[in-house]
Write a protein that binds this ligand. Structure first.
Ligand SMILES: Cc1ncc(COP(=O)(O)O)c(C=O)c1O
Length: 511
């Protein structure tokens, strides 16, 4: 646990989150002299007995996880119990799980053990949540300390110092190159988006309309399901959000795509003058297919928004921490335009972050929970490690992982051109500017079998059986999506991942 999370907030010591050192879990507690004049909590956390117990638990974890060194098949003796877990899940939920996945509760970095004894490479991590993969000793040590907090959950009425540490660390990073100054911490990406939408609507009242990109995803609340561009996500829901869609950048159209988008946006604004509260943008579309756009595309649209007082809202729930800067708006140097941003997933706790100008009036944002003590303290530790761990820049860890992925993907495409058939473009054009693999940082996609939904789904099922957990993205074409644990994935881990992927694709191709 971060010493500040339970220390007396009135102490004159500077909080460790502001330093750039990355001490070991035990070192992060000053065990030498628990100040009898401080709080009992600070003394408890500084206790040698606590440090020694946590170190012993983590050591035991290391001993057990060290046996997990590569993918392996299920244990026959566990199969029946495993099937029964899946049946119980289906019964409780009223619906079978998408993947036959039940974790055993231990892993080793990018490797995870399932309850059937199999070990798999986890290339999706709860859809991009576990930055340090499974059973990371430092995350576990942080969680163990957090579990000693007085309550499981912290709320907006009563909170401990750890929620403040999380928020201020996040804001300090968001403020680099932007006007973002404050944040509201909450417990899902969807709630962060709900909060951001309210902020934009309140500030720009009475403008009721929202602009979003085609193929965007925003979460599953009734409002976010309406803005998110997926017909299946809103079946049976009454439609009461006024949302208009913009085409996303299309590399096949190049700069014409930019002119076309600006023209489209101006048309919408002329149609509904003064009625748009915000334009929500995923700067790399996640669920939509890892679609990217050059800076000029966003600048052109953001300039129009600024002209018309429309809030620019960057939904970074999926991109946060994963690209070549902590916020993707920083990689694209778009911070000056951003009024509101939302984050989640790898940060564990989620947040809406906003400029002074967009700071909402009291009463707009609250809720019983901010989050659990474990999620807030592990989240703060993740932010600290993201900030100090060499992840960013063109030569950072995330960029190097992307490079390693692309090298293996290129080899696979070259060795098996028969699996990488042309991907149709909706216009009927032949795609020339869209390679069979791509992405940015820790967002990676591979597009076999013409991006056909049925074939990609079969490929994912075969990969799962062979020992790689991945997922799809896109709405047509469909892609194999990797969100690897960037904190623990090493470039050469992709060797085994691609060997397995190749075996799986071969099975699918053979029918
Ligand atoms: C861009 C984006 N926004 C919002 C969300 C919703 O986040 P959550 O599932 O945590 O509610 C997601 C989830 O995948 C996302 O990718």
């Amino acid at each position: 646990m971060l010493a500040t999370s339970v220390a007396d907030p009135h102490t004159t010591e500077s909080p460790p989150m502001t330093t750039h050192a990355t001490p070991t879990p035990a070192a992060r507690t000053s065990s030498s002299n628990p100040d009898p004049g401080g709080t009992k909590a600070a003394a408890l956390m500084a206790s040698k007995a606590v440090s020694a117990s946590i170190d012993a638990l983590v050591e035991e974890l290391r001993r057990h996880q060290s046996a997990l060194t590569g993918a392996r098949p299920a244990t026959a003796a566990l199969q029946e119990t495993y099937e029964s877990w899946l049946a119980r899940h289906a019964e409780a939920r009223g619906k079978a799980a998408l993947y036959p996945y039940v974790g055993s509760g231990i892993g080793n970095g990018a490797l995870v053990e399932l309850a059937d004894g199999s070990v798999k490479w986890d290339m999706i991590n709860g859809i991009g949540v576990h930055m340090f993969g499974h059973s990371d000793p430092d995350m576990v040590a942080t969680a163990l300390r957090a579990a000693m907090s007085d309550t499981v959950m912290e709320g907006n009425l009563q909170f401990n110092a750890d929620s403040i540490v999380f928020a201020e660390t996040l804001v300090a990073e968001a403020a680099r190159g932007s006007r973002l100054r404050h944040c509201f911490v909450t417990n899902s990406g969807c709630m962060a988006n709900e909060s951001a939408l309210k902020i934009c609507l309140q500030k720009n009242h009475p403008a009721p309309r929202v602009i979003a990109f085609a193929d965007c995803f925003m979460g599953r609340s009734t409002t976010m399901a309406q803005i998110g561009d997926s017909a299946a996500g809103r079946v049976g829901l009454p439609l009461n959000v006024l949302v208009d869609y913009m085409p996303f950048y299309d590399p096949e159209h190049g700069t014409r795509s930019i002119d076309y988008a600006v023209w489209h946006l101006r048309q919408m604004i002329a149609r509904y003058p003064g009625q748009y509260a915000c334009f929500v943008m995923e700067l790399v579309q996640g669920e939509g297919g890892f679609n990217q756009a050059p800076r000029e595309y966003f600048v052109a649209l953001m300039e129009v928004c600024k002209e018309h007082g429309i809030a620019v809202w960057a939904d970074e729930v999926q991109t946060f921490g994963r690209t070549e800067s902590m916020f993707h708006f920083q990689q694209l140097d778009l911070g000056a335009y951003v009024d509101v941003a939302t984050i989640g997933k790898m940060s564990q706790a989620c947040a809406a972050i906003y400029s002074e100008e967009y700071n909402p009036k009291p009463g707009l944002l609250s809720g019983t929970f901010i989050g659990g003590a474990v999620e807030l303290q592990v989240g703060a530790r993740v932010l600290e490690r993201m900030r100090d761990g060499g992840y960013y820049g063109p030569d950072g860890r995330n960029a190097r992982l992307q490079e390693a992925f692309r090298a293996r993907a290129a080899k696979l495409v070259e060795s098996h051109p028969e699996w990488f058939t042309p991907v149709p473009h909706p216009s009927g054009l032949r795609r020339v500017n869209t390679p069979y693999f791509g992405g940015v940082g820790g967002m990676m996609r591979l597009t076999p079998f013409g991006g056909d939904k049925g074939m990609v789904t079969k490929a994912l099922a075969a990969m799962f059986e062979e020992g790689v957990v991945a997922f799809y993205c896109g709405h047509g074409p469909f892609h194999v999506r990797f969100l690897p644990p960037v904190g623990v994935m090493e470039p050469d881990h992709f060797d085994e991942v691609f060997e397995i992927t190749e075996r799986a694709f071969a099975r699918v191709a053979a029918g």
